[in-house]
Write a protein that binds this ligand. Structure first.
Ligand SMILES: *Cc1c(COP(=O)(O)O)cnc(C)c1O
Length: 389
């Protein structure tokens, strides 16, 4: 079996489970993101909700990216990690007054507003502070992202954004909201999108919408196409970096930007997913009637994606080179959904072996919980383990 590179001797001294981040891969990924986006002068905002590990944030910020935040605490974390406030965008259907005030105090670049009432509240709070808030409207383009229904966001049935049908009414209201500056349109159709034709559909929708608005004399400076680029969960060793070249070229070819218009995007998963692995040890091998279980010391509390989204993570036994066998890899939590993978092909496994659950850098550590009163998993960076030893 092909496996990732892991410093197993170093792991011996650490308490499992823990997240392990390969920062060399993160840096390579960021180099490519930077190179490909700069060709077209696109602005990239890292979507913090994928992973807010402060060491990773500092690395990402050091590449000059902006930040896409969905809570006041994420804005705080972004600024503390070195993302400049003038590159912070703030999305979310339920921004509270407290969060809006915090964002106003930081003078962030833009609020991606999702309802008319929200616009009124931002305007009211900005007025109180004597400030002008820059806003973009998050549009629900009714584009199918062809991804798991829990992570599709751009259909009429989803709670996010303004429906195109209601847009005229909202745009008519904005001039009366004197402390808002309407600067752009925002879209985000879903996550883990591997069928790139969904992004092509998005471009068509954005072009149509821009034509309509232009007829009404409205041209906005900023177009934000959100995040959602998928990664290869099946073959992280063969495809460690998402195809940013094709992704950016697709927008360049299909989106008709107007003179002086700036394109923004918000990748989360595609930046951090592949650099992370959840490292766990086999606690027991249990032989059932028709199958055997590898019971590991990580559970759905450490990595909830398989239980929540039926997500697949490649699992490698990094301690064993014995002939492969099949196991149901399960956690210790008292829930039947606490299964990482059924009928998983692993090198012959024993108590104490290390398993790596790959591609766990996005929506992993940050979604950990203390259910069953478990400890939260720790996290280690490859460069620190190797340097500090
Ligand atoms: C979650 C989210 C993103 C990032 O999505 P990925 O699939 O991780 O790239 C970007 N923009 C918004 C508004 C989001 O909610």
């Amino acid at each position: 079996m092909i496996k990732g590179n892991f410093p197993i001797e170093k792991f011996e001294t650490l308490q499992t489970p823990f997240y392990y981040y390969d920062t060399a891969l993160l840096r390579q990924t960021l180099d490519i993101v930077k190179h490909e986006s700069e060709q077209y002068n696109y602005d990239v905002h890292y979507a913090l909700k994928a992973n807010v590990n402060s060491d990773l944030l500092r690395i990402i910020a050091s590449y000059g990216l902006g930040a896409d935040c969905v809570s006041g605490n994420e804005i705080q974390a972004a600024i503390e990690a070195g993302f400049p406030a003038e590159k912070v965008v703030f999305a979310g259907v339920g921004k509270t007054d407290r969060e809006i005030n915090r964002a106003l105090d930081f003078d962030i670049f833009c609020f991606n507003a999702e309802s008319e009432q929200e616009l009124q509240v931002i305007n009211m709070l900005a007025t109180k502070k004597g400030k002008k808030a820059r806003v973009a409207l998050r549009i629900n383009p009714n584009v199918d992202a062809h991804t798991h229904h829990y992570i599709t966001t751009g259909l009429n049935e989803n709670k996010f954004g303004f429906n195109i049908e209601n847009l005229d009414k909202v745009i008519a209201v904005i001039p009366s909201l004197t402390n808002l500056e309407f600067i752009g349109l925002h879209f985000h159709i879903g996550s883990q999108i591997t069928d790139l034709s969904s992004f092509q559909d998005l471009c068509v929708r954005v072009n149509e919408l821009q034509d309509d608005l232009e007829e009404k004399g409205i041209v906005l400076k900023h177009i934000n196409i959100g995040g959602g680029l998928g990664i290869n969960y099946e073959h992280p060793n063969h495809f460690p970096i998402a195809d940013f070249e094709t992704y950016f070229r697709l927008f360049h070819k299909n989106l008709r930007l107007r003179e002086g218009q700036q394109l923004h995007c918000e990748p989360g998963r595609s930046i951090v997913a592949q650099c992370g692995s959840l490292i766990t040890r086999v606690t027991y091998i249990k032989k059932g009637i028709s199958k055997q279980f590898a019971i590991v010391d990580a559970g759905m509390t450490d990595l909830i994606r398989p239980a929540l989204y039926e997500a697949h993570h490649r699992i490698e036994n990094i301690s064993s080179n014995e002939p492969v066998e099949f196991y149901d890899v399960v956690g210790p939590i008292c829930e039947s959904s606490d299964v990482f993978q059924k009928h998983c092909e692993l090198n012959g496994s024993r108590r104490g072996d290390f398993l790596a659950l790959r591609s766990a850098g996005a929506y992993g550590e940050i979604m950990a919980s203390r259910y069953n009163l478990r400890e939260l998993p720790k996290a280690y960076l490859s460069e620190k383990l190797i340097v500090n030893g």
